[in-house]
Write a protein that binds this ligand. Structure first.
Ligand SMILES: Cc1ncc(COP(=O)(O)O)c(C=O)c1O
Length: 407
C-alpha cells in the first residue's frame, strides 16, 4: 500500500519509494530468491495466515523484492492525489508476470458469468483477443462503441443492465486514439460500473487515471516503467483497499500470474531513472514528430502532440505531454515500409516500446501479417504504417538515421 506519498517529490519516489531497510543493510533490496518463508512458532504461522501479523507466507503470494516495486508504483500513480476528505490517496498494487496477467486478474477478479463490458475500438491486440476469444467462453460478452460519443456510451449503458465494467485504454495501442477519461469515468460511476484504465502508454509520469473516478489501473511494466527491455511484467493498481486485499488478491493468487524477484528487481532498478528517461523520451519524440511531419516521403504522422491529430485536445486536457510513441505512413506503401525498415542502422527493428533505444516496427509485415488486408486497414494499420517508440539517444542521431533510411 502506498504510504506518505504526498510528502515527497515524484523523482524521489522513483528512487526511494517503497524501500524498506533490510536487516543485512544492503543498499538495494536484494533479489529474494525463495519460494517460501519460515515461521518461528506454529502460533506465529497462525497469526500471519490470519493476517493478524505482517509476514510473507509463500512466493506466489508475495516477496519483499516484489513488494518494494508494488509500493513504488502505487505511490507514483497516487502522487499528489487526494481523497474527497483531503487525505492523501493510498493505492494498492499487485505485480504480475505480464501486462496480460494483470489485466486477466482485474477482469476475472471482478466479473462473473452474465456480466458485460463496455469498451472502445482500438485496444491493445492481446486485450482485444481476450475479450473476443476467452471471455465469451465464460459468458462474459463485450460491447464496443465509439468512446468519443458520450451520448452513445450513455444510451448503450442504459439499454443494457448487464454492463458491469467500463474498460478504457488511452492512448490506445497502436492507433494512439485518446478518449476523455474524466467524462467517461464519471459516466461509468453514474451507472455504478467498475471503471478501469490501461495506462501503459502514458505512465503515471504523463497521466494519472486515479485523478478521475477510475477504480483500477493496469500497466504493461515491460514498457516505459522498466525502460530497458529487460523483463516482461504487469501491474494492477486499485483504489479500494478492501477489495484489493480480498477478492482481487484471491484472483491473483489463484490465477497464478505472479511476478518473480529477479524481474521485480530489474523493474525497480529501471524505475530509479524513470522520470529522467520520460523527460528525454518526450522531448526527443516531439522533435522527431516535427521532423517527420515535414518530410516529403511521409504522408501522415500520427502524434498526439501535433495539432493535426484528431485527439490532440483530449491529450492536452489529460496528459502532461504527448508521450514518446508515434506512427507515420510512408507514401510508398508496403514496399516502402519494408525497404525503410531494412535501411535502419541505429534505430532497432523490434515490436514492443518504451525502451531507452528507439524501436520501430512495420505492423503490415510483422504483427499484423496474418490479418486480412481489408480488416487490417479498417483497424488503421495501413500498408506503409510504421510505429515508432522514440528512445533517449542523442536526438540528432535518431533523426540522421531516419533521414538516411527514408532516402
Ligand atoms: C497497452 C498495452 N496493454 C497491455 C499490454 C500487454 O502487456 P505484456 O506484453 O506485458 O503482457 C501491452 C503490450 O504491448 C500494451 O501495449
Amino acid at each position: 500500500m502506498s504510504e506518505a506519498n504526498n510528502s515527497k517529490g515524484f523523482e524521489t519516489l522513483c528512487i526511494h519509494g517503497g524501500h524498506v531497510a533490510e536487516s543485512n543493510r544492503a543498499h538495494l533490496t536484494p533479489i529474494y530468491a525463495t519460494s517460501t518463508y519460515t515461521f518461528d512458532t506454529a502460533e506465529q504461522g497462525i497469526a500471519v495466515f490470519k493476517n493478524e501479523e505482517k509476514g510473507y507466507i509463500y512466493g506466489r503470494f508475495g516477496n519483499p523484492t516484489i513488494n518494494e516495486v508494488e509500493d513504488k508504483i502505487a505511490m507514483l500513480e497516487a502522487y499528489g492525489l487526494k481523497n474527497e476528505d483531503g487525505s492523501p490517496l493510498q493505492l494498492k498494487a499487485i505485480l504480475h508476470a505480464s501486462g496480460m496477467a494483470a489485466i486477466t486478474t482485474m477482469l476475472l477478479g471482478n466479473l462473473k458469468a452474465g456480466d458485460m463490458i463496455i469498451t472502445h475500438k482500438s485496444l491493445y491486440g492481446g486485450t482485444q483477443e481476450m475479450i473476443d476469444k476467452i471471455l465469451p467462453n465464460l459468458d462474459i460478452e463485450t460491447v464496443i462503441v465509439d468512446f468519443h460519443d458520450l451520448n452513445l456510451v450513455a444510451e448503450t449503458i442504459k439499454a443494457n443492465a448487464s454492463i458491469r465494467m467500463m474498460y478504457i485504454e488511452t492512448p490506445a495501442n497502436p492507433t494512439l486514439q485518446c478518449v476523455d477519461m474524466e467524462q467517461l469515468a464519471a459516466l461509468g460511476k453514474q451507472h455504478d460500473l467498475i471503471v478501469c484504465a490501461d495506462n501503459t502508454f502514458a505512465t503515471p509520469y504523463l497521466q494519472q487515471p486515479f485523478k478521475y473516478a477510475v477504480d483500477f489501473v493496469m500497466h504493461s511494466t515491460t514498457k516505459f516503467l522498466n525502460g530497458h527491455g529487460t523483463a516482461v511484467g504487469g501491474i494492477l493498481i486499485g483504489r479500494d483497499q478492501e477489495k484489493m486485499n480480498t477478492t482481487v488478491t484471491k484472483a491473483h493468487r489463484l490465477l497464478g500470474g505472479n511476478s518473480n524477484a529477479f524481474e521485480a528487481f530489474l523493474l525497480n532498478n529501471g524505475l530509479r531513472t524513470f522520470s529522467l528517461r520520460m523527460e528525454r523520451h518526450c522531448s526527443n519524440a516531439e522533435k522527431v514528430a516535427n521532423f517527420l511531419a515535414q518530410h516529403p516521403a511521409i504522408k501522415t504522422v500520427n502524434y498526439l502532440g501535433l495539432s493535426s491529430h484528431p485527439d490532440h485536445a483530449i491529450c492536452k486536457k489529460q496528459m502532461k505531454h504527448a508521450g514518446a510513441v508515434l506512427s507515420f505512413e510512408l507514401k510508398g506503401g508496403f514496399e516502402a515500409g519494408v525497404a525503410f525498415m531494412n535501411k535502419l542502422k541505429l534505430c532497432i527493428n523490434a515490436v514492443s516500446l518504451g525502451t531507452c533505444d528507439t524501436l520501430l516496427s512495420h505492423p503490415a509485415s510483422t504483427t499484423h501479417v496474418g490479418v486480412p488486408r481489408d480488416k487490417r486497414i479498417e483497424f488503421g494499420i495501413t500498408d506503409g504504417l510504421i510505429r515508432m517508440s522514440v528512445g533517449i539517444e542523442t536526438v540528432d542521431d535518431i533523426i540522421n538515421d531516419l533521414t538516411q533510411a527514408l532516402q
